[in-house]
Design a protein around this ligand. Structure first.
Ligand SMILES: Cc1cc2nc3c(=O)[nH]c(=O)nc-3n(C[C@H](O)[C@H](O)[C@H](O)COP(=O)(O)OP(=O)(O)OC[C@H]3O[C@@H](n4cnc5c(N)ncnc54)[C@H](O)[C@@H]3O)c2cc1C
Length: 423
């Protein structure tokens, strides 16, 4: 019997690994996810804003499994038992209340690819009143509220207020997309940006996009201002209220919708699934071959993994770029480990950081293996920005279907921010 490889989580990294290793004679691959279909998370803010819809970007895991030669098991991971080499699953519950039976899946090797979530850092009101873009359902809820707000703004003449807390890629890109969507609500009576929508991006750090290179930061700031998006730095947010965002000094910023886009930590379930060693951000600590410290038969990739390259003083940041590279690494490392060999360690190749700011264009920083990265703009940045999802589609669907999907995407009316590669 071929060794059983179970991959938990079919996101950016897990789905690629399943597609790459599915269909091999010498491995029996099962992918587990709580959802029935796969969505490319780096475009979540575009679903939220409504600049794209799901038809081109959602893929059924059941169909993908058939196509790429792996098994798919839909369910919620509840527990991992390393001693017995089993994963306990439950659900999914059907809308009528009928729930699928709890069950167990045995494995010989396990890959945990369960992603991460946006933490609230204990801030009052975030859980109750803010939108966090972690899953498709969050994007759907946001979009429904946003559309209702825009219709009301058009009817009453009172602009809607959206406040986004956090000026990383998610916050800034969402802001740019919302401004683009605003124009879709204009009548042909000469409305202008801000007539229907006020957007504020609030950042706790002294500058926007903390951690980014200064030229890139300045560039992004200028582009946001060109889009009539207000920014506020040094804003320590103490509370998200029903009607706005409150700073620690009591300053209130009115908001019809507040978005919390500050940081990312490991999937909160990881702490309870097994006795994993976790870092401060709740991610599973792994060695240079992505093996967990509690059991070498369990490997971890993507946002769920805390991987610190040799000589670095911090773990890699959570990006699809990294998850995808780790999936590519495991494609050869897992068969090698199963054959009793010690594969080469995982080496991360930082391909840069790109943002798409809707009609303000794409801008980014691309590393060519040197410390002095290159700031790119315009068509080149746009093309580079698109490459990560293009590669993802290609990996999942293969050359023929992947090519057709890419072409369909190109034909889609969703323009401006599309596919990207920021790290
Ligand atoms: C709005 C936004 C924009 C982004 N833009 C970029 C970008 O431009 N470039 C970039 O590199 N990165 C970007 N990222 C980050 C990127 O999306 C993540 O780093 C990447 O998706 C991580 O991949 P992953 O495979 O580790 O996890 P994920 O893609 O998050 O997948 C995790 C999977 O696990 C499943 N799952 C979770 N818990 C359970 C459970 N208990 N049981 C069963 N299944 C479960 C989920 O359904 C999901 O399918 C962005 C993120 C967001 C939110």
């Amino acid at each position: 019997m071929a060794p059983r490889l179970v991959i938990l989580g079919g996101g950016a990294g897990g789905s690629e690994l399943a597609a790459k290793l599915g269909g091999r004679e010498d491995l029996d691959v099962t992918l587990v996810d709580r959802h029935a279909s796969h969505m490319w998370k780096p475009r979540l803010h575009e679903f939220a804003a409504g600049t794209i819809d799901s038809t081109l970007s959602e893929l059924s895991y059941y169909m993908l499994a058939r196509m790429r030669g792996f098994s798919f098991e839909q369910g919620e991971v509840e527990r991992i038992d390393p001693a017995e080499k089993r994963v306990c699953l439950t659900g999914p519950a059907a809308p009528c209340g009928a729930g699928a039976v709890p069950r167990q899946i045995a494995y010989d090797r396990l890959v945990v690819a369960l992603g991460g979530v946006t933490p609230d850092f204990g801030t009052k009101g975030v859980a109750e009143h803010a939108v966090r873009l972690d899953e498709r359902v969050d994007a759907d809820r946001f979009r429904a509220r946003f559309i209702a707000l825009m219709i009301s703004a058009r009817a009453t003449g009172r602009p809607a207020h959206v406040v986004i807390v956090g000026s990383g890629a998610t916050g800034t890109e969402l802001a740019a997309h919302l401004r683009q969507v605003e124009s879709g609500f204009f009548r042909k009576t000469g409305e202008r940006p801000r007539d229907l929508l006020e957007i504020l991006v609030a950042e706790a750090a002294p500058e926007l996009m903390p951690g980014a290179e200064e030229t890139l930061r300045r560039n992004v700031e200028a582009r946001l201002h060109a889009l009539d998006i207000d920014t506020l730095t040094g804003a320590k947010i103490a509370e998200i209220a029903t009607d706005g965002v409150v700073e620690a000094d009591g300053t209130r910023h009115p908001a019809d919708i507040s978005v919390w886009a500050a940081g990312l930590v490991g999937n909160p379930g990881l702490a309870g699934f097994a006795d994993f060693e976790l870092d401060k951000k709740g991610r599973i600590v792994v060695d240079q071959r992505l093996r967990s410290t509690i059991d070498p038969a369990i490997q971890v990739l993507g946002d769920a993994a805390s991987f610190t390259p040799v000589g670095a003083d911090a773990a890699l940041p959570p990006t699809a770029q990294c998850a995808s590279q780790q999936a590519a690494y495991l494609e050869t490392a897992i068969p090698s480990l199963l054959a009793g060999n010690e594969p080469e360690p995982f080496v991360y190749d930082d391909r840069g950081r790109l943002l798409s700011l809707a009609r303000a264009g794409s801008v980014g920083q691309i590393g060519f293996g040197r410390k002095t990265d290159l700031i790119v703009k315009g068509q080149f940045a746009n093309a580079a920005y698109k490459s990560l999802q293009r590669r993802h589609q290609w990996t999942l669907l293969g050359p023929l279907r992947g090519g057709v999907a890419i072409f369909a995407d190109w034909l889609s009316p969703a323009k401006g921010a599309q596919l990207k590669l920021h790290g």
